[in-house]
Design a protein around this ligand. Sequence first.
Ligand code: ADP
Ligand code: MG
Length: 254
Amino acid sequence: MTVIAVFNQKGGVGKTTTSLNLLAGIAQRKQRPLGIDLDPQAHLSGTFGIRPRLADDSVYSFFMRQRPLAAVSQITESGVFLCPGHLELTKLDTLLGKSVNVVTRLRGALKSPDAAPGSVVIDCCPLLGILSLNAIFACDLIVIPVSADYLAFQGAQQVERSLNALEPVLKRRLPRRYLLTRFDARRKMSSEVADLMTMAFRVDEICATRIAENVSLAESPARQLDVFRHAPQSSGARDYRALVEELVGAGFIA
Ligand code: ADP
Ligand code: MG
């Protein structure tokens, strides 16, 4: 099993769009990936048409009372198992603290011998609180979407610093890929951010795939669809297909 966390300490950079379409792209390979929505806004869950009324029917109960992830997960029409988020997740930092036991809880569940095989994709919120720390400790790869603007790039630099600060605790360099999203070749800022990325990050840690600005990607959540079902011929579908292929090639997806 490979666990992929999608994280950037900036909002609106394409984390949820990337989580959604990575999951759907993996499902298109005749696999049944598990998506975990660790954002209290629960946009990933909503796009999959899953909105639990009670926090107890979301990943919240996994953290609060050790309910198995499988007990709160549901199959979606995209062929993805989804463990939904809930607004109550905002309370976890205060309720649980940040002890080692707490930040490794998700890792314990996903890496246990009886965990289901297959890929896991975790959609994170922009804060480095207990939820994102759980994702970072549990993951084998962190994908950092950087929408082609300066603030998203700064958020990605912040992630790099945070990951480096965690390295002594993780006892390894966590594999990571910076993913340029909302790229628009006609805009100077897009190529400037692309250049800044090559200066700031290791070249082998920047995805060769770029996700272009594409209206189908922006429309599909409103229709509760992933981009492959909404607009399979769009450039958005093509780009996310290429991303899945790239991660297969790098050994992160079976
Ligand atoms: P985050 O999860 O990081 O907050 P989202 O994935 O929700 O970001 O994306 C923010 C907004 O940008 C959403 O409205 C989404 O539909 C839109 N968006 C994301 N990626 C693209 C893209 N490549 N082209 C056009 N719109 C995009
Ligand atoms: Mg999001």
